[in-house]
Each structure stands twice: as structure tokens, then as C-alpha cells.
Design a protein around this ligand. Structure first.
Ligand code: NAD
Ligand code: IPM
Ligand code: MN
Length: 357
């Protein structure tokens, strides 16, 4: 089988972690008789520098013509003061909405070898296995009106609008209920219904849908409490469903349950192909170009690509087993380093993975 994969290395540590990941993909491909045709496209700051825009039309077309997209990360200090339309982050939002990727799956599962790497007590994080289902093409990221407007008093007024329609809530909730059915059958919907109208609608729709999933135990939490519960007693959670902004914040918090944000992969899915597979973390400009990045979130994102995007579970298993093995062997990048382990850079972690395969 041959698959067309679009690679979007982006900025900062992006090219480093995706470089490692391509090697692992090719090695897994050899073992499983899969061929990958990689096409690299420009995205984020790298695209701005070449073309003046963060998401060139050509990049979107290349993505549309592929079986799956593997994205690293975009953004960096250099582009932070550009007008909104020319910012790397605007390109990422354009990619997600352009491909209709409304469901972002962010699994936070701790590898037993990393229990000591978390900043939380071992007994709190041991066995953590949470799936955050984040709505990705709506909410306050996309609602209108948005902008900075002049007021009558001569002041400026910055505006964003948190909005969700019935169909946007229903489709993400369905995804979450179905994922919960394949997991431990518990779904927690997170909102701010005590204050926000948009959240009350969210809660009402999710509650109404629950009647179609009698096997699922549905609960609701306000987002402030959810943030607290995530670090207090994370094992109470199985599947979480929430809006775009709350999901962004809660998934970074959930990352620390697993030891490091450098461990967290994600899948951004829509109705059809292609889906985009991307780590939860950003371009980490503070460590870019220093061979310090943990490539495992990117490698695990590629495993999610094999499993959910290409329906190649055997190859996905192999890739995840390789990650398990290098952790077992004690290899650690700086972000997950602990006493007695072998400190490695991004490249060396890649070599260890290749050896494990
Ligand atoms: P970040 O996730 O890039 O970094 C936060 C911290 O985590 C930093 O200290 C960084 O060094 C560390 N970190 C992140 N990934 C790591 C890895 N793989 N290995 C080791 N350490 C890692 O978040 P930020 O600093 O808030 O944002 C930096 C830039 O990335 C911004 O421009 C932001 O907009 C962008 N960003 C992009 C994405 C994306 O492309 N999906 C996601 C988040 C942030
Ligand atoms: C993420 C990032 C993005 C988001 C930014 C860079 C637009 O933080 O993928 O989590 O907020 O969705
Ligand atoms: Mn984020």
C-alpha cells in the first residue's frame, strides 16, 4: 500500500521533530510493507517568510490531495507582531477550518516509565488515561464579530465572540459519545453554563443527545472546577468533551499528568480525508535549533495517523511499542529527564527509536 502524506514542518522545533519522525515512519513502513510518498509544504512562519502568508493556497491544495497530513508546530517571536491575518496561528486556524477538522482528539495517557517525571505525586498520575475531545472549528476562536474596534469615546475595544450552533455542538458530542463507548463509557462535558449562554446551550444539547447513548454515564463540570479536578484527582476522568478554548487550556494541563507536553499527540478529524495529526505542544522557540526537543509527541502523532487516518493498526502498534521500549531502556530528553536515566537529545532519541524497531 502507498500513502500520500503531506508534511508541514512549520517553525521552531518543528523541522527537528518531524525529521526524526519521517525516519521512524519509513522504518515502520519497511516492516509492514507500506510506502509513504511525502510532500513537504509551507506553513506558519516558514510560509510567511517565503510567500508573505501563513497558509498558501498551494499548501491547502497539497493537503487536500493527500491521505493524511502530519503537522509539527508553527509560530515564534519573529512573527508575533504581524497583523492578525499574517500570523502563523491564523494559518493553523485556516488549515483546521479549511479541511473541516471539527474534532480534535487529545489523549493524555501516562507511560508507566514516566510516573516519576510528572510534577504530580506518583499515586495521583499512575494509570491516568484520559481522552480530551476538543471542538476545533468553532467557539471563541471563530465567532463573529471579532476585531479591535474604535468606540464613541475614542477608546479601542477588542472583541471576540464565543458562539456555538446546535449542529456544531451535536456533531462534536456524537464523536465524544462514540469514543466513550470504545473506552470506559464515562463522558464528562466541560462548560461554563453557570455564566455563559453559549455554554447553557452546549449543556442542553449534550444532555439531550445522551438519551441516544444509554450505555454512557454522562456528567457535567464547570471549566474552573474541571481544571482543579484534573490536577487533584485525574483518574476520575475517562473521556472529556469541551469547546475550543477550554479544550486548548485543559489539554495543556492534562499534558503535565503524563510527564511533559512533549509526550502528547493529537488527531484533528473531520467528516472525510485528510485528517491532520499534530502534537499538542507548540514550536518551543526557547529550545529550537538546540537538539533539545522531545520528538515523542510527534512520533505518537504519526502513530495516531497510522491508526485513525490510514487504518494501519499494526504499524501504529509497532510505532507505539518502539516508544515504550526506548522509555524502558531509560532514554530521556530534558523535559522528561529524571535521576538515573540516560539523557539524550532529539536526534539520539530518534536513533534509539530506530534501534528499537
Ligand atoms: P510551546 O508548547 O511551544 O512551549 C511551552 C513550553 O514547553 C516551552 O518551555 C517549550 O520548550 C516546552 N516544550 C514544548 N514542546 C516541547 C517538546 N517537544 N520537547 C521539549 N519541550 C517542549 O508553547 P508556547 O511557548 O506558548 O508557544 C510557542 C509558539 O508556538 C507560539 O508562537 C504559539 O502560538 C505556538 N504554538 C503552536 C502550536 C501548534 O502549532 N499546534 C501549539 C501551541 C503553540
Ligand atoms: C494548539 C495551539 C493552537 C490553538 C494555536 C497555536 C492557534 O495552542 O494547537 O493547541 O490554540 O489551537
Ligand atoms: Mn494549545
Amino acid at each position: 500500500m502507498t500513502y500520500k502524506i503531506t508534511l508541514l514542518p512549520g517553525d521552531g522545533i518543528g523541522p527537528e521533530i518531524i525529521g526524526v519522525t519521517i525516519q521512524i515512519l519509513e522504518a515502520v513502513g519497511k516492516k509492514c510493507n507500506l510506502k509513504f510518498q511525502f510532500s513537504e509544504a509551507l506553513m506558519g512562519g516558514a510560509a510567511i517568510d517565503e510567500t508573505g502568508e501563513p497558509l498558501p493556497q498551494e499548501t491547502l491544495e497539497t493537503c487536500r490531495n493527500s491521505d493524511a497530513v502530519l503537522l509539527a508546530a508553527i509560530g515564534g517571536y519573529k512573527w508575533d507582531n504581524l497583523p492578525r491575518q499574517q500570523r502563523p496561528e491564523t494559518g493553523l486556524l485556516g488549515l483546521r477550518s479549511g479541511l473541516g477538522l471539527f474534532a480534535n482528539l487529545r489523549p493524555a495517557k501516562i507511560f508507566p516509565q514516566l510516573i516519576g517525571s510528572s510534577t504530580l505525586k506518583p499515586e495521583i498520575v499512575e494509570g491516568v488515561d484520559i481522552m480530551v475531545v476538543r471542538e476545533l472549528t468553532g467557539g471563541v476562536y471563530f465567532g463573529q464579530p471579532k476585531g479591535v474596534f474604535a468606540t464613541e469615546t475614542g477608546e479601542q475595544r477588542g472583541v471576540n465572540t464565543m458562539a456555538y450552533s446546535d449542529h456544531e455542538i451535536d456533531r462534536i458530542a456524537k464523536v465524544a459519545f462514540e469514543i466513550a463507548q470504545k473506552r470506559n463509557k464515562r463522558l464528562c462535558s466541560v462548560d461554563k453554563a453557570n455564566v455563559l449562554e453559549v455554554s447553557q446551550l452546549w449543556r442542553d444539547r449534550v444532555t439531550a443527545l445522551a438519551t441516544s447513548y444509554p450505555d454512557i454515564e454522562l456528567s457535567h463540570l464547570y471549566v474552573d472546577n474541571a481544571a482543579m479536578q484534573l490536577v487533584r484527582a485525574p483518574k476520575q476522568f475517562d473521556t472529556i468533551v469541551t469547546g475550543n478554548l477550554f479544550g486548548d487550556i485543559l489539554s495543556d494541563a492534562a499534558a503535565m499528568l503524563t510527564g511533559s507536553i512533549g509526550m502528547l499527540p493529537s488527531a484533528s478529524m473531520g467528516e472525510g480525508k485528510p485528517a491532520v495529526f499534530e502534537p499538542v505542544h507548540g514550536s518551543a522557540p526557547d529550545i529550537a535549533g538546540q537538539d533539545k526537543a522531545n520528538p515523542l509527541a510527534q512520533v505518537l502523532s504519526a502513530a495516531m495517523m497510522l491508526r485513525y487516518g490510514l487504518d494501519e493498526p499494526t504499524a501504529a502498534d509497532l510505532m507505539e511499542q518502539a516508544v515504550f521500549q526506548v522509555l524502558d531502556q531509560g532514554y530521556r530528553t530534558g523535559d522528561i529527564m529524571s535521576e538515573g536515566m540516560t539523557f539524550v537529545g532529539c536526534q539520539e532519541m530518534g536513533e534509539a527509536l530506530l534501534n528499537a524497531l
